[in-house]
Design a binder for this molecule. Structure first.
Ligand SMILES: Cc1cc2nc3c(=O)[nH]c(=O)nc-3n(C[C@H](O)[C@H](O)[C@H](O)COP(=O)(O)OP(=O)(O)OC[C@H]3O[C@@H](n4cnc5c(N)ncnc54)[C@H](O)[C@@H]3O)c2cc1C
Length: 385
């Protein structure tokens, strides 16, 4: 683990203890019942985790994005559903309002989002496509007097249907540019707005305690003032939001990869075969050594991307590298940890089975691994060949 400055290390230790003492004892049962962890989320709110990168004047903790990443990593060492709930609420829900919102929008939403009293969500993906967002987008928003009228649907939206969901940022087509391309804008739609319907939650392979829904909009009217930032800036806003979000997902992935190392190290001392603890055998030792290598290098990659971001330097390529490397690490470690646990790895009673189910989405969400490679190639000037 790279040495952290004192305030970061204090935060990391606090979240580590919370994950161990509060999350770990109850999450297995909640996961099996596919229940949203309201009580855990309430306690995370009280700890200030939802306000980590938000300035104090808006009700936040006045920290930064790296602090958020450390919290995500420590939570994901124990459970990814809890970690993604925090990630989506802050990185996708609150940060766009903080970065692009008007003074009124910030005043209305940030104190509630930063305290965890309300959760934010970001509705970008549609049933017709998530990698090619502009190509797949069908949702429209038409200005009618002083109201936007929204029609369309969104797929796979995290945090969008909980009892405490407050607002969803909805990307929609608001017109056509002179060059014939879609004009995309983001509009804030509060939960409960007439014409905004949240479907029942999906049945998922993993992230079973995280809330994921399909949304539909039928003549859904919100005030014109709910436009986030400038009209036509929606595409630029989500590109920036996703660049940052990739560092956060990388941190979550590193947490899962580390959790696999932690659990495996414990187990190989206990489990015996052929007269020795299984950790005696070099085949097992090498597996754990490889898991440690992946976790360590992935952590360095996300720390580097976060460092560039906080310094105000370009970080698009490094964020994509961090996301790609760390989601690979999470997948590979989950597979190896499950193998080390043998039959027990396939049982829900041990966390590694949950890690296995939770790892796959990390290669898909907030840009698939193919999309990360496209971004890296583009940054290397290859896409114009
Ligand atoms: C649990 C969960 C939570 C999510 N939360 C949110 C959320 O909160 N908000 C939100 O907006 N979205 C969310 N998503 C959506 C997620 O970001 C998308 O699923 C993801 O971006 C991929 O889009 P898609 O599913 O439409 O796949 P597609 O875009 O249809 O891609 C299908 C396959 O084709 C590949 N592919 C596509 N184009 C190319 C190309 N040019 N070259 C090579 N390969 C290509 C992809 O990599 C992928 O393997 C969530 C998804 C899940 C499953």
């Amino acid at each position: 683990m790279p040495k952290l400055a004192e305030e970061y290390e204090d935060l990391r230790k606090t979240v580590e203890a919370f994950a161990r003492d509060v999350v770990a004892p109850v999450i297995g049962d909640l996961y099996e019942r596919e229940e949203f962890p309201y009580d855990i989320v309430r306690q995370m709110g009280a700890m200030g985790l939802f306000g980590l990168p938000i300035p104090e004047e808006h009700g936040g903790m006045g920290g930064d994005y790296f602090a958020l990443c450390l919290a995500l990593e420590e939570l994901a060492r124990v459970d990814s559903s809890v970690s993604i709930t925090l990630e989506a609420a802050v990185s996708l829900g609150a940060m766009p309002i903080y970065r692009f919102g008007t003074a009124e929008q910030r005043a209305e939403w940030l104190p509630r989002l930063a305290s965890g009293e309300a959760l934010g969500a970001f509705g970008l993906t549609e049933p017709g496509g998530g990698s090619d967002v502009p190509g797949g987008m069908r949702t429209t928003a038409v200005l009618d007097g002083d109201e936007w009228v929204i029609n369309g649907s969104k797929a796979f939206i995290t945090n969008s249907g909980t009892d405490i969901t407050g607002v969803v940022g909805v990307a929609a087509i608001t017109g056509e540019r002179e060059n014939g391309k879609k004009e995309i804008s983001t509009i804030l739609v509060p939960s409960g707005t007439p014409g905004f319907t949240v479907s029942k939650k999906y049945s998922k392979v993993g992230w079973n305690c995280s809330d994921t829904r399909e949304l539909s909009f039928t003549d859904c009217r919100v005030p014109a003032a709910n436009l986030l930032g400038e009209r036509g800036r929606g595409y630029a806003q989500f590109l920036q939001t996703l660049d940052e979000g990739r560092i956060a997902i990388a941190a979550l992935s590193v947490g899962l990869a580390q959790g696999c190392v932690d659990e495996s190290l414990r187990y190989v001392h206990e489990r015996r075969a052929f007269g020795h603890p299984i950790g005696h055998y070099q085949a097992i030792q090498f597996k754990i050594a490889d898991m440690e290598v992946r976790t360590h290098t992935a952590r360095l990659a996300y720390h580097h991307a976060a460092e560039l971001m906080l310094a105000g330097e370009p970080f698009k390529k490094e964020a994509a590298i961090a996301k790609l490397v760390s989601s690979n690490a999470a997948m590979d470690n989950a597979r190896d940890a499950t193998q080390i646990f043998g039959g027990y790895g396939f049982m829900n009673e041990y966390p590694v089975g949950r890690f296995y189910r939770d790892a796959k989405i990390l290669e898909i969400g907030e840009g698939t691994s193919e999309v990360q490679r496209m971004l890296i190639a583009r940054e290397l000037g290859l896409s114009s060949l």
